[in-house]
Ligand binder design. Structure first.
Ligand code: FE
Ligand code: FE
Ligand code: ZN
Length: 282
């Protein structure tokens, strides 16, 4: 089995998100730690956070996959943008301790012309400054489509960041089916090989979560435009193979498809049906 859910709005508070997820048939969810465009986060109500934790346990939820704002670029070529990003990261990691034991996923960033190696150095430096030994969150590097100067479309780049992170037991990876596809990894024809390469370069023990999206573009397009499950160029057959893959069982799968509640409800039900009709889906 896998845990399945989608992105929810955090503006109503933690417990409300848990209940909303249940209504959609989900048993995990994602949320932005602050406005996706960045800026100041609203205060956390500790009682509300604790109520969500109790609710999740009662309803057998899997780990949550919080998402950092898109604008958080830890490897910008501009020092003030890097500082802004670092402050958000450090604040978010403190705030995540109100809901301990979950995941915090972020986009490694775009190096904006200064080169991958320099960018990787900045990302690791920021992580080492913001992560702390007592934290109970695992930070996830999201693999990217390789749009523009994005870092993280290649397994080697993710590995290079992890190598430089000091608190190794608190760092992991989130794959995104649209990003892998757009990034040139042939999950359509050779899913087993892609996962074997992940294992060889990074180690599958680091793979903690999956973003489940179809793609509007052909493989290796480096575009990153998500589509509803089965309505894009990846297609339902491949996405079903991902969801039921033995090496991916037990992980949270997050939908980031262009949907409203009704659409998410349908996709969650569809994914659950895929799991039931597959011989090794349980
Ligand atoms: Fe993302
Ligand atoms: Fe994603
Ligand atoms: Zn994306």
């Amino acid at each position: 089995m896998i845990y399945i859910g989608n992105h929810l709005s955090s503006s109503d508070g933690f417990l409300a998100m848990g209940k909303h997820a249940s209504e959609l048939g989900a048993d995990t969810f994602a949320f932005f730690t602050r406005n996706p465009r960045g800026g100041k986060a609203k205060d956390i109500d500790p009682a509300d956070a604790a109520a969500l934790m109790a609710y999740m346990e009662e309803h057998h939820f899997g780990p949550l996959v919080a998402h950092a704002p898109y604008t958080m670029n830890l490897c910008s070529d501009k020092a003030d943008i890097r500082k802004f990003a670092f402050d958000m990261l450090a604040d978010d990691l403190k705030r995540m301790e109100y809901v301990p034991g979950n995941y915090y996923n972020f986009h490694p960033g775009s190096h904006v012309g200064q080169g991958t190696e320099t960018g990787i150095g900045f990302i690791a430096e920021a992580l080492n400054g913001a992560m702390f030994p007592e934290m109970q969150t695992t930070v996830l590097l999201e693999m990217m489509a390789g749009k523009g100067s994005e870092i993280g479309s290649r397994f080697e780049e993710i590995r290079a960041i992890i190598d430089k992170v000091e608190l190794k037991e608190k760092i992991g990876v989130c794959i995104d089916t649209c990003h892998l596809w757009d990034g040139g990894h042939d999950i359509g024809g050779h899913l087993d090989d892609v996962l074997a390469e992940f294992d060889a370069v990074i180690d599958l023990d680091r793979l903690k979560a999956v973003h489940l999206n179809d793609s509007m573009n052909p493989q290796a397009a480096h575009k990153d435009r998500h589509q509803k499950l089965g309505e894009g160029m990846i297609g339902a057959g491949v996405l079903k193979a991902v969801v039921t893959h033995p090496l991916l069982q037990g992980k949270p799968f997050i939908l980031e498809t262009p949907n409203e509640d009704e659409g998410y409800k349908k996709e969650i039900a569809l994914v659950r049906a895929w799991m039931c009709t597959s011989s090794h889906g349980m």
